[in-house]
Design a protein around this ligand. Structure first.
Ligand code: PEP
Length: 259
């Protein structure tokens, strides 16, 4: 049985004090006994150090276990890469996860499948668990190219990873047309794609690996649509953008996934 996994992608939002307040509010609204899913929050690089300490202190005091993830990383460990941050640095800071290949990175910053695969490998080699994002644009969906696009993204983004390394990844299916738009894929539509992804993983690796990989859905997830999505057999959690910036909506999503 796959344990569900909800992650909040804060994107380029929150000053340090706002991030601390948000993390504090999320921590205090999540009673340990109520939560039966894995949870992660992904602030900007600038806030990671502080938020890692905050969630660690909270856990030491008997609070829920909340992981912290980065939103990106560079595949080299160190060197002349101005403005970049490496996987060992993030792990050293206390991160457990890294979002890799988010559609905003792919479309706005030209991130290719090859770069995504190098980043995922670097993350794994440093002890970070990658959340590898894939998803089709509206045009691709309308042209019935969804499966072809996702197959290429999966093939390229997981290239170079051993089967065991692939098993350590979470896949986030995020239709680009549903991100930050208020449009969500219907539960049936999302389930069809998640089943396609799991089937791809079965063919490419093994059924055991495919069955153990968590596939999150992302795209305008909110408290009022998460129940129907999470009830689908191949939806194992959510990658949440906008609704993760408010402690009450994010914790509500987590609690609804824990029912
Ligand atoms: C995201 O950016 O990963 C995302 C799913 O955003 P939103 O929930 O705001 O659509």
């Amino acid at each position: 049985m796959r344990r569900k996994f909800v992650a909040g992608n804060w994107k380029m939002n929150c000053s340090l004090s706002e991030a601390q307040q948000l993390a504090q509010d999320i921590c205090t609204s999540l009673e340990k006994e109520e939560i039966s899913v894995d949870v992660a929050i992904c602030p900007t690089f600038l806030c990671l150090s502080s938020i890692c300490s905050l969630v660690k202190d909270f856990q030491k005091q008997g609070g829920s276990d909340i992981g912290v993830g980065a939103q990106n990383l560079h595949w080299e460990n160190k060197g002349a890469f101005t403005g970049e941050v490496s996987a060992p640095m993030l792990h050293d800071m206390g991160c457990s996860y890294a979002i890799i290949g988010h559609s905003e990175r792919r479309t706005l910053f030209g991130e290719t499948n090859e770069a995504v695969s190098k980043k995922a490998l670097a993350a794994l080699q440093s002890g970070l668990l990658p959340i590898v994002c894939i998803g089709e644009t509206l045009e691709e969906r309308e042209n019935e190219k969804t499966e072809e696009v996702l197959r290429l993204q999966l093939e390229g983004s997981l290239a170079g990873l051993s089967p065991a390394q692939v098993e350590a990844c979470t896949i986030a299916y995020e239709p680009v047309w549903a991100i930050g738009t208020g449009k969500t894929a219907s539960p049936e539509m999302a389930q069809t794609v998640h089943a396609f992804i799991r089937n791809y993983l079965t063919q490419k690796y093994t059924s055991a690996i495919a069955q153990s990989i968590r596939i999150q859905y992302g795209g305008s997830v909110k408290p009022d649509n998460i129940r129907e999505l999470i009830n689908q057999p191949d939806i194992d959690g959510a990658l949440v953008g906008g609704a993760s910036l408010k402690a009450d909506s994010f914790s509500e999503i987590i609690k609804l996934c824990s029912l």
